[in-house]
Design a protein around this ligand. Structure first.
Ligand code: T46
Length: 316
């Protein structure tokens, strides 16, 4: 399914008296409903929508009849036929939508996360395409840094799908803080992160190359007075290309020590995550503490500078 969209199946309590579908936040809807509206009595040749929303999350349900929804971004398009009242189409931010082929009896019920706000609409297609390509694409102009084989840029709300896929993967996500499998929550989290990014409090990067998105890392708890920060949220797709992890952490250290000019980088790793512990040890991090759950490591600027000259500059 298209980025920022999802088909949701609701339980249908069906018996010989008929059907009942219940929608309840947070049970089977991951955002609180602030508005409900419905569209009906639409001529079969009428088309509606033709806009996107900047932050609104919605679930569209055809409680009667059928309707087609064409959803698209700057480079993808998909058409969904809604004809079952127990199914909903979740549409997140920055998706262009067009509704057409309304059946005579169609009633399109929409559950929305926000109150009506005309300034949240993007109704001009050219403006949408421009904004969407910034939001969803890996534009080279966005590169913050690169290493020999990879590029790194700040994550955008359009990365929510991929972050969620990695973090909720049973194998990949086993040693990181649990993440709710909710696209709405992930997009909302990124929205809050973007505020911290604008205030230079935190930086979340995606590692990618010309073919694919590969993984993520984050610099947070940045303390410009104490000159220290924490490195984490380090996660990569299965079968990641060779050197993706090492080149990413070197870029992270370059940003930390040279751009943000900290003197110390901390990280914590789950005690059971042997592979990661070996990786950080080999990289040059020193263990400073441990408890039942985590081991705590640090790397100083002086140590990194030495390692950089000895071996890491070749990777950039
Ligand atoms: C969407 C698709 C699926 C309000 O005053 N309050 C509201 O909550 C809504 C939804 C609309 N309006 C007014 C604004 C317009 O004067 O109702 C009029 C028709 O709205 P619009 O032309 O935007 O309708 P659609 O069918 O093209 O789009 C609607 C929703 O607006 C939109 O958010 O995603 O349904």
């Amino acid at each position: 399914m298209l980025k920022n969209c999802k088909l949701v199946e609701f339980h249908n309590f069906k018996d010989d008296r008929g059907n009942l579908v219940a929608i309840e936040n947070p049970k089977n809807l991951d955002f609180p409903i602030n508005r409900i509206y419905y569209i009906y009595g639409v001529d079969s040749d009428a088309e509606r929508g033709f806009h996107s929303h900047k932050i609104l999350h919605q679930v569209l349900i055809v409680v009667s009849g059928s309707v087609k929804i064409r959803i698209s971004t700057n480079n993808e398009e998909e058409t969904v036929l809604l004809d079952d009242p127990s199914k909903g189409l979740y549409i997140g931010p920055m998706i262009w939508r067009e509704m057409y082929d309304f059946s005579k009896d169609a009633v399109l019920l929409v559950l929305a996360s926000e109150k009506y706000d005309e300034s949240d609409y993007i109704r001009d297609k050219d403006e949408y395409l421009k904004l969407a390509s910034e939001y969803f694409s890996n534009n080279d102009k966005d590169i913050v840094m690169h290493s020999k084989n990879f590029k790194m840029k700040y994550v955008t709300l359009g990365d929510a799908d991929f972050i969620l896929k990695l973090r909720t993967n049973e194998t990949l996500g086993q040693y990181i803080s649990p993440t709710d499998n909710s696209l709405y929550k992930q997009i909302s989290w990124l929205n809050e992160y973007k505020k911290r990014e604008r205030e230079k409090k935190e930086f979340y990067f995606k590692t990618y190359n010309d073919n694919e998105d590969i993984g993520f890392f984050r610099l947070y708890n940045i303390d410009y007075n104490k000159k220290e920060l924490t490195f984490g949220s380090f996660i990569f797709k299965e079968n990641k290309p060779k050197y993706a992890a090492i080149e990413s952490i070197i870029v992270a250290m370059e940003i930390a020590f040279k751009k943000l000019q900290v003197q110390k980088v901390y990280l914590d790793v789950r005690v059971k995550n042997i592979k990661a512990k070996n990786f950080y040890n080999r990289f040059g991090f020193q263990k400073i503490n441990e408890d039942d759950l985590n081991e705590y490591y640090e790397l100083t600027k002086d140590e990194y500078d030495k390692l950089y000259e000895e071996k890491y500059k070749e990777f950039l």
